[in-house]
Design a protein around this ligand. Structure first.
Ligand code: C2E
Ligand code: MG
Ligand code: MG
Length: 705
């Protein structure tokens, strides 16, 4: 033990004049020391046991920048130390003093020149016992830059850690034995287990849904064996309660990266994105994924899609409000759940469309049975707000076959079958067959061509005269749309109007029909000035009734042609009125206010209701051709037809409306209609629809007679 106080500080070592070779002695010799000092950027100081500076090297030291070296002599070295580091420095100095020959290092802040604080590394060597030195030799290095760099690194690491800790994505670090070495807090939400419970645990693929594990095959094993390998996949992750959540998982093998030395697993919860908010059922994207996966499997022969679409769901929304519509969908989802098996998937595609993906069908009959079960489940009334609501559904069934490539194809097929079910009267199922494949392709082709047709001016109007039965006079014409197809010739509306309706193209096409029909009547008036009022009837689709611009379109057609409003008659089918009652009621009321006449087309084929005949203030009922066709037949159906025509004409007259019979083809039909006092007739017997030029002669004869 050296008693520091017993050692008398000697005078500072002064560099001795350059004499002799550098000494190899352990004791610093003057020249050796001077040379060392000269090449070092460190400052060298000798302090006494009490901290007083006895010597300060001439160059380089951080403290020197502040004052001339001579000024430092006799100064208390502690005066330079930042107050926060004082205690630690004193402690280190005490320890150093107690052990002769020992050394110590501190990293502390000091006050340097111009009020700056610098970080220094001070290394002290206790040479108090050495009579030649009798002090503590200190070398001081400015480490401010290194310190700042470290601080930045620490901050960025902290930030990075905070990001990991607060991210909703879970991050895991596994070693090559799949043991969890690190888990970020978000694992708890996904795996239902706290971080502690997962750390150190084996993270085997058993955390994944068996189907997803199977779909992964060898890829997981491969990843663990492939340094720098990356694997991204979607799978269901099992939580502590054995519930599954959909997650997007990406894994990176970084065993070769010494900073990581493991496999990084990034798990993102995508479950909420894949489910429908309203019903909680899987949504379209999820259905597509699962369907895609099933189709990729070698044996897809037991797979089938059953697509369910409610009939006239809009009516519920319109009459009871959207909240009740939503409530109905929730009830419907429950009923559908009750008919599907645990291993079948029920999804909501959107709106009132649901789909069942089954992989347990041994044949088409089983899919049909499933569809029947669905229809039966829906047939019971739904109770909404205390009211019984009856609703039907149309179902399309599709199976993968040679022509089905992917999920899109199969969904399209199910959709086509469902549309066929609607077209064949709703409330039923239809199986997709290969003929429908052709239909679908044809539809797509026509759809594309139809888009161009309007711009190409490929539409024509034919006109069919309407005669007053009392005197045989032409009272009007019905405008009937034709499409001059570039390769297929003149197409009837049956071929393309439904497509135009589905795509919404019927709106601009219909506007063209209105303008053209009104203008044609005006041209006839110019050609034949004596021609009295001539009514023109134009057919409107349901889709047009919901078009907010309909009123403006009709008004401008009238203004441009200067046709009096009451010479324009708009024909709307009963089913069009049923599609969207509220919108239809408003549109029709506005049109009536404009002075336009309204007729109900194909009367008797839809949901005839006296209530809306009054509500819509129509002027004419057009008895559907199918009933006129059976007039006078003695067969069972024919007898019905006669009764229906009689009833319709009577109904029209009772309500103060006019009746027009369509599709009159025989003299017998004409005679019977006359006896029934039907007001107007239209049919091939009297005149076929024809281009305007061909009709001019007939109209001229009318003027002449
Ligand atoms: P609709 O309004 O009931 O028109 C009557 C249909 O019966 C026309 O068929 C007409 O050519 C046909 N027809 C007339 N007399 C006879 C007859 O004696 N015997 C037979 N067998 N048929 C007869 P078309 O022109 O093929 O039109 C079919 C349907 O297409 C129309 O039925 C109408 O619903 C729709 N349509 C026609 N033009 C337009 C239009 O510009 N816009 C809209 N939205 N639909 C239209
Ligand atoms: Mg019509
Ligand atoms: Mg009709």
């Amino acid at each position: 033990m050296t008693d520091p106080s017993a050692t008398t500080p000697t005078s500072p070592i002064r560099p001795s004049p350059a004499t002799g070779a550098p000494s190899r002695s352990a004791t610093p010799n003057g020249r050796w020391f001077a040379a060392l000092e000269a090449i070092s950027s460190d400052g060298v100081y000798l302090i006494g046991p009490d901290g007083e500076i006895h010597y300060a090297g001439p160059e380089g030291g951080p403290l020197h920048r502040r004052e001339a070296d001579t000024d430092l002599l006799g100064v208390q070295a502690f005066g330079f130390i930042h107050e926060l580091d004082e205690a630690a420095t004193l402690r280190a100095l005490d320890e150093l003093r107690d052990a002769p020959g020992s050394h110590a290092t501190v990293e502390i802040r000091v006050a340097a020149g111009n009020g700056q604080t610098r970080w220094i590394e001070a290394r002290g060597l206790n040479l108090l016992g050495d009579p030649e030195v009798a002090g503590i030799l200190i070398s001081v290095r400015d480490v401010t830059d290194r310190h700042e760099a470290q601080e930045l690194l620490r901050q960025s690491e902290e930030r990075f850690r905070a990001l990991l800790e607060h991210s909703s994505d879970a991050v895991l670090l596994l070693d090559t034995h799949q043991q969890v070495r690190y888990a970020s807090p978000a694992v708890e939400h996904l795996f239902g287990r706290p971080v502690d419970e997962l750390t150190g645990r084996q993270m085997s693929p058993s955390f994944l849904h068996p189907d997803d594990r199977r779909a992964l095959g060898h890829r997981l094993v491969d990843l663990f064996a492939t340094p720098a390998g990356i694997l991204t996949f979607e799978a269901r992750v099992r939580d502590a309660a054995s519930r599954y959540r959909w997650a997007e998982i990406s894994m990176r093998n970084l065993v070769d990266d010494p900073r990581v030395a493991g496999i990084v697993v990034h798990v993102r919860d995508i479950d909420p994105l894949l489910h429908d908010d309203l019903t909680g059922l899987p949504n379209r994207p999820l259905l597509r994924r699962l369907l895609e996966r099933e189709l990729e499997r070698a044996d897809a022969s037991s797979l089938g899609l059953v697509l369910v679409d409610l009939d006239r769901f809009r009516l519920v929304n319109d009459s009871l409000g959207h909240d009740q519509g939503d409530a109905l969908l929730v009830l419907l989802a429950d009923r559908l759940r009750s008919v599907v098996h645990d291993d079948e998937l029920l999804a909501r595609l959107g709106g009132d469309e649901f789909v069942i993906l089954s992989t347990r069908l041994s044949g088409h009959e089983q899919a049909v049975e499933l569809a029947e079960r669905v229809l039966e489940a829906i047939s019971e009334p739904f109770v909404l707000d205390g009211n019984d609501v009856h609703i039907g559904a149309s179902i399309g069934i599709a199976f993968p076959d040679a022509e089905v490539g992917d999920a899109t194809d199969l969904l399209r097929d199910a959709d086509a079958a469902m549309y066929r079910a609607k077209a064949r009267g709703r409330g039923r199922w239809e199986l997709f067959d290969s003929r429908l494949h052709d239909d679908v392709r044809e539809r797509l082709r026509l759809q594309n061509e139809l888009r161009r047709a309007l711009a190409d001016g490929a539409f024509r109007l034919h006109y069919q005269p309407v005669f007053a039965l009392a005197d045989g006079a032409v009272v009007g014409v019905e405008a009937l749309l034709r499409w001059e197809h570039p390769t297929e010739g003149l197409l009837a509306p049956g071929r393309f109007v439904p497509i135009a309706e589905d795509t919404g193209l019927i709106v601009p096409i219909g506007a063209w029909v209105l303008r053209e029909a009104c203008q044609q009547v005006r041209r006839w008036h110019q050609e034949l000035p004596e021609l009295g009022p001539l009514r023109v009837s134009v057919n409107l689709s349901a889709r047009q009734l919901t078009d907010p611009d309909l009123l403006a379109t009709v008004r401008s057609a009238l203004v441009l042609s200067e046709l009096p409003a009451d010479q324009l008659e708009l024909e709307v089918t009963e089913s069009a009125l049923m599609e969207d009652t509220e919108a239809a009621a408003t549109a029709l009321a506005d049109l009536r206010d404009l002075g336009v006449r309204l007729a109900i087309d194909d009367f008797g084929t839809g949901y005839s209701s006296m209530a809306y005949l009054r509500r819509f203030r129509v002027e004419t009922l057009k008895v559907d051709r199918s009933f006129v066709d059976g007039l006078g037949d003695t067969g069972e159906d024919g007898g019905d037809d006669t009764a229906i025509v009689t009833a319709v004409v009577t109904l029209a007259h009772t309500l103060g409306l006019q009746a027009t019979a369509e599709g009159v083809e025989t003299q017998d039909q004409l005679a019977r209609l006359r006896r029934l006092h039907c007001d107007q007739v239209q049919g091939y017997l009297l005149a076929r629809p024809a281009p305007a030029e061909e009709l001019s002669g007939l109209l001229a004869r009318r003027v002449g007679s």
